[in-house]
Design a protein around this ligand. Structure first.
Ligand code: SAM
Ligand code: SF4
Length: 388
């Protein structure tokens, strides 16, 4: 009988993409997918550590499924992704039925790990070593990968920015970019498969190219992608059957440029929507967050974007209740949101994360006050979004 695997993904698009990769590997290894944990022989959880409530949900869900181990002692539980890196072996103490941990850089080894568990090993750990900080290759999808109409293409991995609140550089390691020829060949395959939307993924796509042998910037990569899309749409006779749209996330304001905006404006395949997370409207807080830009620099970027990209829209992320955020700092954020008028924004309550610089700051905004600020900013933004 075919073995069944259940995969549940928490967190961002990067995790969704990583889970696709693991699914593909396991399908090629003879597994089939199960929609229900109760039917599966292997249960995998691709986890997120960006905020504490995301982690709490994982602990809640995985613990609630412990009963399946009691029913069938051979059922395998694996924790993949950022929580494996962030918490390491302590996960086995909190969830004794978990058999293995696998960090984001080792996901290609999942079939191998499952074989080890089947042979009787428990408590297998594949994470947190020097490879994460190094230049390991970003794995390639096989040509026969199963895809939908919207597909993610990873162009880079990891982050060197160390925003003071963020766990990503510690769990996903340092920045590494994929060579452009690999990306272009993946895009060509996807155009041939008639996908309608491709999202280029990276923690900070604007610093694409760092560390590569070739000298290439992100806007240059976008231009090459546009040429590849155009010529392959023509070759495969799809020009009239509808447009293929490319977008990307996430852009860091410190590395965004007029060159990028000109590429967005000028390239037909590119979406005119830009996600450019501001995080706070207070320069004091931006500095404490180690974001590397001021509100004035950000406002100038918005002005340039709107001048260059006609009908372009901008969305953002905000964190409220960051350590040291006073009512005045929060009001600066509120006023900035009203002034800039983003078409949409994700608003998060600050949560202290392990390893980060901000985890050493006093988390001094009370929970009720974080909730009040969150509600107020959310309502203000919703009203603006409704008018878009
Ligand atoms: N690389 C992207 C960037 O620089 O904008 C964002 C990546 S992060 C996974 C997505 C969003 O989560 C961030 O933009 C930030 O607003 C939020 N975030 C990250 N760490 C957080 C924390 N400790 N507490 C609350 N929100 C957080
Ligand atoms: Fe985290 Fe900052 Fe890197 Fe984004 S740029 S992943 S917020 S450290």
């Amino acid at each position: 009988m075919m073995k069944k695997v259940y995969i549940r993904t928490f967190g961002c698009q990067m995790n969704a993409h990583d889970s696709e990769r693991v699914k593909d590997l396991l399908l090629n290894d003879g597994y089939c997918l199960s929609d229900e944990p109760e039917d599966a022989d292997v249960l995998l959880f691709n986890t997120c550590s960006v905020r504490k409530n995301a982690e709490d949900r994982v602990f809640g869900v995985v613990n609630s499924l412990k009963r399946l181990r009691k029913k069938d002692p051979d059922v395998i539980f694996g924790i993949m992704g950022c929580m494996a890196e962030a918490h390491g072996r302590s996960i086995f103490e909190r969830m004794g039925h978990v058999d293995f941990l696998c960090g984001p850089a080792d996901l290609d080894k999942i079939p191998e790990i499952i074989e080890k568990i089947k042979k009787g090993q428990r408590g297998v750990v594949y994470c947190m070593d020097s490879r994460l900080r190094g230049n390991d290759k970003i794995p390639l999808f096989p040509e026969d990968r199963k895809i939908g109409k919207r597909v993610y293409v990873k162009i880079m991995e990891g982050c060197d920015n160390f925003c003071s609140y963020c766990v990503v550089p510690y769990v996903r390691g340092g920045e590494r970019s994929r060579p452009s020829r690999e990306i272009l060949s993946e895009i060509k395959q996807l155009v041939d498969k008639e996908v309608k939307k491709i999202t280029l993924l990276g923690q900070n796509v604007n610093s694409y190219g760092k560390g590569l042998k070739e000298d290439i910037s992100f806007p240059e990569l976008l231009r090459k992608i546009d040429i590849t899309v155009k010529s392959n749409l023509v070759k495969s006779n799809q020009v009239r059957s509808g447009r293929l749209e490319i977008d990307f996330m996430t852009s860091h304001p410190k590395d965004a440029s007029v060159d990028l905006f000109e590429a967005i404006a000028g390239l037909k395949s590119l979406s005119k929507q830009l996600h450019l997370p501001l995080q706070s409207g207070s320069n004091k807080i931006l500095k404490r967050m180690n974001r590397g830009y001021t509100l004035e620099k950000y406002s100038k970027l918005v002005k340039d974007f709107r001048r260059i990209v006609k009908k372009g829209t901008i969305t953002s992320d905000f964190i409220v209740g960051f350590p040291g955020e006073t009512k005045k700092d929060f009001n600066d954020t509120l006023n900035t949101v009203k002034e800039i008028r983003f078409s949409g924004a994700y608003i998060f309550k600050y949560s202290s994360r392990p390893f980060t610089k901000a985890s050493k700051f006093k988390d001094d905004v009370l929970t009720e006050e974080k909730e009040r600020r969150h509600g107020l900013l959310l309502e203000t933004q919703r009203e603006i979004s409704r008018n878009y």
